[in-house]
Design a protein around this ligand. Structure first.
Ligand code: ATP
Length: 242
């Protein structure tokens, strides 16, 4: 479904992503892991085109998306979250979900404040995620985990086929973490393809069908969780990074 081919992103002399190739199979939960500074977020940014890659190709269902603008990629069915919540100031959760989802594309500027259809859809998604109770709370008063759920709700507004989640477990308390894991599984059971960047190895091992390991901008391993767990190059990369 998603194919990353020889992707590179250089910042001056820094090769943040240095010729990465991997695939995210349709219907899978795939994790992109690696020590700090491995290039995972930069790869995510290149795939969602929040950063322009230096070279390489990204294909979604066989079509190149690396030349497209981010909102076009979203319309083609790929949406992402960010490590830090994009909570918009002075907005309720409901408003956030609707307005975050609108960002990108000049046509959005001409939409009414809150359209009835958007509100219905957002409330359905909040219900699906079990967070209707916080729909009218100020987004900035939420816990870290609730913000992650709010961002996930915003992501689902575009009816994506594939979602990219940047550290869905980062800073989240254990109870909410299990909720988030449950939602990711539920979405995947319904056919959603998922790519996650995550440092919580227990979660990665439990959740993923496939793991891609990056170190120093390159893919050093790619396989099933049980293969990755035993892979000496992966153990070396992590121990070397500590
Ligand atoms: P972490 O797990 O800590 O989030 P990561 O694997 O996501 O790390 P990146 O954030 O992609 O790694 O960073 C990869 C490398 O690129 C790092 O050396 C980082 O300092 C560098 N880098 C990332 N963004 C920029 C930038 N805008 N300008 C210069 N260097 C950058």
């Amino acid at each position: 479904m998603l194919e990353v081919q020889s992707l590179a992103k250089h910042f001056g002399g820094i090769r943040a992503v240095d010729g990465c190739s991997f695939m995210v199979p349709k219907g899978s939960i795939t994790a992109l892991i690696g020590p700090n500074g491995a290039g995972k977020t930069t790869a995510f940014n290149c795939i969602s085109r929040t950063t322009q890659p230096t070279s390489g190709q990204v294909l979604l269902d066989g079509k190149r998306i690396d030349q497209l603008r981010p909102h076009k990629i979203t319309r083609m069915g790929l949406s992402r979250t960010f490590q830090i919540s994009r909570n918009l100031a002075d907005m309720t959760v409901l408003e956030n979900v609707i307005c975050q989802a609108r960002i990108g594309g000049w046509r959005d500027l001409f939409k009414p404040a809150l359209g009835a259809e958007e509100v219905d859809k957002a409330m359905e998604i909040l219900d699906f995620l079990g967070i209707t109770r916080i729909a009218f709370e100020d987004g900035s008063n939420l816990s870290y985990g609730q913000k992650k759920l709010m961002d996930l709700a915003a992501l689902l507004m575009s009816d994506p086929k594939i979602i990219l989640l940047d550290e869905p477990a980062g800073g989240v308390n254990p109870t909410l973490l299990e909720e988030i894991v449950g939602h990711i599984r539920k979405l995947n059971d319904q056919g959603m393809t998922v790519l996650i960047v995550e440092h919580n190895m227990d979660l990665v091992m439990r959740l993923s069908h496939k793991i891609v390991v990056m170190a120093q901008g390159r893919v050093i391993a790619d396989g099933k969780p049980e293969e990755i767990r035993e892979n000496p190059a992966v153990l070396d990369a992590y121990l070397g990074g500590v």
